[in-house]
Design a protein around this ligand. Structure first.
Ligand code: KG4
Ligand code: ZN
Length: 336
């Protein structure tokens, strides 16, 4: 089966052609226009998608030597995300589907991230999925391939958002995650003792805004010197990995009480790029004989390959979501 998928929920314009379990062609354009604003400006994001989508599609089709009439299904991210951006991508993709008289399938962006690791791993269930993006921090239980249950989530900022906001306070570029990771390598991770909100609660929820406030106070009391920025970046990253490990262990323990024995953990979304956090997780879970899965590099940040992959699994002959309205708050949970 040949799938043509687009992803435009935020500030990445991405298109993919997938054939069964093979990425035929995949393009990702990260909009740089937001960098000077220190965060995504929704209106600018929609305009950039509009400018890029058609040229990128033509390039994708000519690179792959595939005629659009040979595509079996067209799919697009329809939520959650920025409504203007979702509208640009889904309307463009629906037009192609109508033009070539093929079905259109609406895909949930979060489902794309959550299922991204099943593309390159044979998942052992039950598994925990930790979704760490710029907009979401959520822990899910998947008993099987199609069953997704929310165990906990951030009560305030998403983890990627916390990286971005702290980077901005430190005068670093957007996106902040990679910047903080780079500088943290040269800092003393034990220099600052940062708070770990909700660490003593018996649930799987997270909170990061308290750390942000604490760091803001530290910045006011200190000079923004190179050494200070490096030590703070390192201490923040260490604190974050301790919180993540603690909450994953809490989730495993709680499920164990319900006779559910976790066999694997998937770390998905942009923060999954962080190699420091990955090493810390490997140190803990390798010894516990719990498999740790990561997506392919090109399926960590926002991308259309994960959207094509979900379409490949969800599409049943005859489905057509051509009338589906993009939904900025679309839920991944079936009963919501
Ligand atoms: O999944 P993603 O590309 O987009 C959303 O769906 O939000 O995630 C983007 C987030 C940004 O907040 C970015 O700072 C963070 O992922 N990120 C990282 C790293 N690379 C990207 N955070 C920590 N360490 C990294 N190396
Ligand atoms: Zn995302």
């Amino acid at each position: 089966m040949l799938v043509f998928a687009t992803e435009t929920s935020c500030d990445e314009t991405s298109i993919c052609i997938m054939e069964d379990r093979k990425i035929v062609e995949h393009l990702i354009f990260s909009q740089e226009i937001h960098n000077k604003h220190g965060g995504v400006v929704p209106e600018l994001a929609s305009r950039e998608h509009l400018i890029k989508l058609q040229d990128m599609s033509e390039k994708l089709l000519s690179n792959s030597n595939i005629q659009p009439k040979n595509i079996d299904v067209f799919a697009a991210t329809c939520g959650p995300g920025l409504i203007g951006s979702l509208l640009v991508g889904s309307t463009f993709t629906k037009s192609l589907a109508i033009n070539y008289n093929k079905p259109f399938i609406a895909i949930n962006h979060l489902e794309g991230h959550v299922k991204s690791t099943s593309f390159n791993n044979n998942i052992k269930y039950p598994q925990l999925v930790l979704l760490l993006t710029g907009g979401h921090t959520q822990m899910y239980l998947m008993n099987e391939e199609t069953n997704i249950e929310l165990l906990g989530e951030s009560m305030d900022d998403a983890l990627g958002e916390a990286f971005d906001k702290i980077a901005k306070m430190l005068g670093l570029n957007y996106p902040g995650g990679p910047e903080i990771e780079k500088l943290a390598k040269y800092g003393d991770e034990n220099y600052f003792d940062l708070p770990k909100p909700l660490i003593n609660d018996s649930n799987c929820n997270f909170s990061f805004s308290g750390i942000k406030t604490y760091i803001n106070l530290l910045i006011k009391k200190n000079k923004l010197e190179d050494k200070f920025i490096k030590n703070l970046s390192a201490s923040f990253q260490k604190t974050i990995s301790e919180i993540i490990i603690h909450k994953l262990l809490k989730g495993i323990e709680k499920l164990n009480d319900d006779y559910i024995s976790i066999k694997s953990i998937s770390i998905v979304g942009g923060v999954a790029n962080n190699e420091y956090i990955k090493k810390k997780l490997e140190n803990i879970f390798d010894s516990k004989k719990i498999d740790l899965y990561y997506p392919l590099k090109e399926m960590k940040n926002d991308n259309a390959a994960m959207i094509a992959w979900v379409c490949m699994q969800n599409y049943k002959t005859g489905d057509n979501d051509i009338l589906f309205k993009p939904n900025p708050r679309m839920s991944i949970l079936k009963n919501k």
